[in-house]
Design a protein around this ligand. Structure first.
Ligand SMILES: [Zn+2]
Ligand SMILES: [Zn+2]
Length: 392
């Protein structure tokens, strides 16, 4: 059967599931009821639920009729710690928790794809792995799948997934070759000096003056060291020191974020930040320590996977509904922990806006945004077609 007919058969069911998830959103690593619902549905559809020891999140496996390669499809399932202000009948019932990043739609898309692929499993040469990933908003869920060795269940040969995009119309998808999202690393710095009376700096080593110097010099990493064709952002978002105008404190603590669209540029800038921080403090008689919170690499789509997605979209939603995404985003996405590390991969955008309701255009992480969930069919259609083509 044609893919769009397959997914259309259960379109109403998937919209109902999505709206149920929307009413009962759960925060990162607390997706217990969501996990139960996914497991229940996968078992009902005929997908094997593989227990790899995750607290939340689900790994599903579908074996095709003949042996072959493995397509891994990943979607995230968690909600955000914010109130919902959208005027919809299925509004969030949980105070200060809402699916304003559209992960309820992602979950429904993957369930829809699972149900459709079961119906054609005899024609598939190979396996499909379904990763319902927890804790994307905290950048933790992809790493949890890796810790639990999901890849030992069936080694992926291709990784795909999607993310909602209110700026594009429902029924369409967006494709971006190459860099699509930035890396995201947090760093913490402690600058130590020697405290004392504010009237006698000659007897002290002022960590505030040192920190001010370090902060201004750190921006030269972006403007003077990084190759300008690789966009990057560094922000010091927190700085804490001192309690009184006439006391030089002993130390200053600050933290920041570094974002980059290129693997090598990211490494180079991390090294430069460490050098400037330590040497800058020493030049002014102080010392500095720096430590990194392991973040996520840039999300760089594989060109071949993008072209296969284009083919799948042409065969399902049609060329008129494919948008070429021009610019990458400096936002991050922890799907980048899974590809290209385990297989070539790509993430595409799924339009959720429409011209009738302006509330569908506020954007993600906006408490008023409404998502046009008629998009689920398009998202599932492209994914199912991709898997059918890849496992032909
Ligand atoms: Zn988000
Ligand atoms: Zn998201």
């Amino acid at each position: 059967m044609e893919t769009m007919k397959l997914v259309h058969q259960h379109a109403d069911e998937m919209i109902a599931i999505r709206r149920h998830l929307h009413q009962y959103p759960e925060l990162s690593n607390e997706e217990f009821k969501t996990t139960e619902l996914i497991k229940e549905k996968l078992i009902e559809y005929g997908v094997e639920v593989v227990d790899i020891g995750m607290n939340t999140g689900v790994l599903g496996l579908l074996r095709g009729g003949k042996p072959g390669k493995t397509v891994a499809i990943r979607e995230d399932i968690d909600a955000l710690p914010m109130a919902e202000l959208a005027d919809i009948p299925y509004r969030s019932t949980v105070e200060n928790v809402c699916h304003s990043c559209g992960h309820d739609i992602h979950t429904a898309v993957l369930l829809s794809a699972a149900k459709a692929l079961v119906q054609v499993k005899d024609e598939l040469c190979g396996n499909v792995l379904f990763l319902f990933q927890p804790a994307e908003e905290k950048g933790m869920g992809a790493k949890q799948f890796i810790e639990k060795k999901f890849y030992e269940v069936s080694k992926p040969d291709s990784f795909i997934g999607l993310h909602v995009s209110p700026e594009y119309p429902a029924g369409s998808i967006g494709l971006k070759r190459g860099p699509a999202n930035a890396s995201n690393d947090f760093f913490h710095i402690k600058v130590s000096g020697k405290g004392g009376h504010g009237a006698h700096p000659e007897n002290c080593i002022d960590p505030i003056a040192i920190s001010a110097y370090i902060i201004t010099q750190l921006q030269t990493v972006i403007s003077r060291e990084n190759h300008p064709v690789y966009p990057a952002v560094m922000t010091i978002g927190a700085i804490h020191a001192g309690k009184a105008p006439n006391i030089i404190p002993d130390f200053v603590e600050m933290s920041g974020t570094l974002r980059s669209l290129d693997f090598a540029s990211r490494e180079k800038m991390m090294t430069a930040i460490e050098r400037i921080t330590k040497c800058g403090a020493e030049a002014l008689r102080g010392s500095a320590e720096i430590w990194w919170e392991e973040g996520m690499p840039p999300l760089v789509n594989d060109d071949d996977v993008i072209e296969r997605l284009r083919t799948a979209a042409n065969e399902t939603i049609g060329a008129d509904h494919i948008i070429d995404v021009k610019n990458p985003s400096l936002g991050s996405e922890d799907f980048s922990c899974l590809f290209p590390r385990f297989a070539p991969g790509a993430q595409f955008r799924l339009g959720t806006g429409n011209d009738i309701d302006p509330n569908t255009r506020h954007g993600i992480h906006n408490s008023k945004n409404t998502f046009d969930d008629s998009c689920i069919e398009a998202g599932a259609g492209v994914i199912v077609q991709y898997a059918r083509n890849f496992l032909k």
